[in-house]
Design a protein around this ligand. Sequence first.
Ligand SMILES: Nc1ncnc2c1ncn2[C@@H]1O[C@H](COP(=O)(O)OP(=O)(O)OP(=O)(O)O)[C@@H](O)[C@H]1O
Length: 330
Amino acid sequence: MIQATDLAKVYGAKTAVDGVTFTVQPGRVTGFLGPNGAGKSTTMRMIMGLDAPTRGTVTVNGSPYPKHRAPLREIGALLEARAVHPGRTAYSHLSALAATHGIPSQRVNEVIEMTGLGAVAKKKVKGFSLGMGQRLGIAAALLGDPQVVVLDEPVNGLDPEGVVWVRNLVKYLASEGRTVFLSSHLMSEMAQTADHLIVIGRGRILADAPIDDVISSQGKARTRLRTDRPEEFSRLLARSGVTIQAPEHEVLEVGGLDPRTIAQTALDHQILVYELTPLQASLEEAYMQLTKDDVEYRSHDASHHEEPPASSPSGALGTKAAHETQEATR
Ligand SMILES: Nc1ncnc2c1ncn2[C@@H]1O[C@H](COP(=O)(O)OP(=O)(O)OP(=O)(O)O)[C@@H](O)[C@H]1O
């Protein structure tokens, strides 16, 4: 278990972590999300005793990291920018680490096997791809067979097979009752991997809840439907609090109305509807909603997260923006 209490880190004028309190529980995968510069890496470094908190405490299984006699057996971590001597082989790197921490050399072979590094274990690390480097970092994290595992962006640089491997590995570690805490910018991956989420923005906790609760509390449920008269039907459905988008030909996505009301409206007006599907909000939508005020480095070209401009010909229903324009002029 990891417990942070009023944990803060200030670098000069910059407050990187602003008094966070959270618990990472064993037996489940906890995802750590936040925009660039939100304070994730700083928090993870404080957990690992690599940065001293300016205020507050963080403990691993009840004690601060530096107080553990055999820290590698307690907690294993993959953090950004791991220093591995490039002239060493994966095997010699892990063996040296094992020797310094009193870990039997047999364990080196086990983690090499677990992380799929068998074929390259005797090769020099300087020739490693990003993905192989990540696997080596994960091997080092698991070397002490720790109860707590902290992984900062573990799927960074991995190919699809590697991404699935990390997903299965962390789920397996959690199923064994270990505490697993991982960060990732890949929302779809996080959605498939984490049971619980801690979301941080500008050094503060924005959410700390089971992943399904985070999605349902932020995301807006919608219904997707197909009809051969989308423009007429959308006029019939339009009212205050209802959003309507037309992402494809003969397709509408309606927010703010339940499927039964939509079906009843279609029946009342004899409109053919040949698909009616409730849509789950995605983690990405929930995350964007949750962090919208806490993004430190906002790119000006965030177009893939914004509604496309109303580009449809006048009168035709193209986008939510187009629809709202129609509503406003009605
Ligand atoms: N050693 C340092 N000196 C000064 N400022 C720092 C230092 N380390 C981090 N910061 C600042 O603290 C803030 C939090 O950084 P941190 O690396 O923890 O964020 P992050 O959530 O891990 O971001 P990313 O997703 O980009 O990795 C940022 O504004 C960063 O510039």
